[in-house]
Design a protein around this ligand. Structure first.
Ligand SMILES: Cc1cc2nc3c(=O)[nH]c(=O)nc-3n(C[C@H](O)[C@H](O)[C@H](O)COP(=O)(O)O)c2cc1C
Length: 220
């Protein structure tokens, strides 16, 4: 059985294009592999809290020495990390907000990229002391944006603080391979936007089928 972690980060619960893509992807996946498990984590509707001084102190306190209050501080983080650790495929549906990720998604990242849980830190490694603990996961980034041209070579490549940030963080989530499907032109509307939606819907569906069938073949 494969486990999918579906993360939705749009603040819009209805009319969200990124949520439409994650729905398409998961529907196409489960049509191929109905017995697989899907964990849903809606950070757009229920944003995790921003980390605090008390949270940081708790995660740097060895587990057996944590007070009850410190255990409560890290309880949600433990739950989110358990979901991540269980996932073979992470389906991350996110809008671009102010050229980067929504604050709710960044709050999730801060809760899960955690010392001793998702990465180790050792100065003996020299200039790159952090190493991920998890590995082998596939990340599918399904995103939507109002403008266009954020891809490599596009007119807004330099303004894209979303995809490069996700790529950097993905290493610490244990991601081995990344696939991306994007809707553009939402703020312009018109034919370009309609064509972008049609293409992304088809790409998300085809990607889900291809990955699901690939897993079925490698398990055979
Ligand atoms: C608060 C906010 C900030 C946004 N910032 C940007 C932006 O920086 N660049 C952009 O291209 N679109 C921006 N947009 C447009 C969204 O990316 C677009 O509406 C997208 O479709 C939202 O995803 P959703 O449909 O899943 O809610 C912004 C929208 C909102 C609500």
């Amino acid at each position: 059985m494969t486990t999918i972690l579906q993360i939705d980060a749009s603040a819009r619960v209805s009319r969200s294009l990124s949520r439409q893509l994650s729905r398409r992807f998961v529907e196409a996946w489960t049509a191929e592999r109905p017995a697989d498990r899907v964990i849903r984590r809606d950070v757009g509707a229920n944003p995790p809290p921003a980390i605090s001084e008390a949270w940081i102190a708790a995660v740097f306190t060895p587990e057996p020495e944590r007070t009850d209050d410190q255990r409560a501080q890290v309880a949600l983080s433990d739950e989110l990390i358990a979901e991540l650790a269980a996932a073979d495929v992470i389906v991350l549906a996110t809008p671009m907000y102010n050229y980067g990720m929504p604050a709710a998604l960044k709050a999730w990242v801060d809760q899960v990229v955690r010392i001793g849980k998702t990465f180790t830190f050792d100065l003996a490694r020299g200039d790159y002391p952090l190493e991920p603990i998890l590995g082998g996961k596939t990340l599918v980034v399904l995103s939507s944006r109002g403008e266009f041209g954020f891809q490599p070579g596009g007119i807004r490549e330099a303004m894209n603080q979303l995809d490069p940030h996700i790529r950097t963080i993905a290493h610490y989530l244990g991601v081995a391979e990344i696939h991306t499907v994007t809707i553009e032109y939402q703020e312009f509307g018109g034919e370009r936007h309609a064509a972008s939606i049609t293409q992304a819907d088809a790409d998300a569906t085809a990607l889900a089928r291809r990955l699901a069938r690939g897993i079925a073949r490698s398990a055979a």
